[in-house]
Design a protein around this ligand. Structure first.
Ligand SMILES: [Zn+2]
Length: 61
């Protein structure tokens, strides 16, 4: 089961045990918390529970 993180666009590989799952997963790339629902190996819904922490302010040297 692979999902696309709606927060950062990273492809998150959750493994086969998530082919039929409803609950929260964490994106390994941006650590955003996602609420997903999968059924028979396909994604039914995905929503961000908690966005990644505020991006660092880009300050030049
Ligand atoms: Zn992400």
């Amino acid at each position: 089961m692979k999902i696309i993180c709606v927060s950062c666009g990273h492809k998150v590989d959750l493994g086969d045990s998530y082919d039929d799952y409803a609950g929260q997963v964490k994106c390994v790339a941006c650590t955003a918390l996602l609420e997903i629902k999968t059924e028979d190996g396909s994604l039914r819904s995905v929503a961000v529970v908690r966005e990644l922490t505020a991006p660092r302010t880009a300050t030049g040297p």
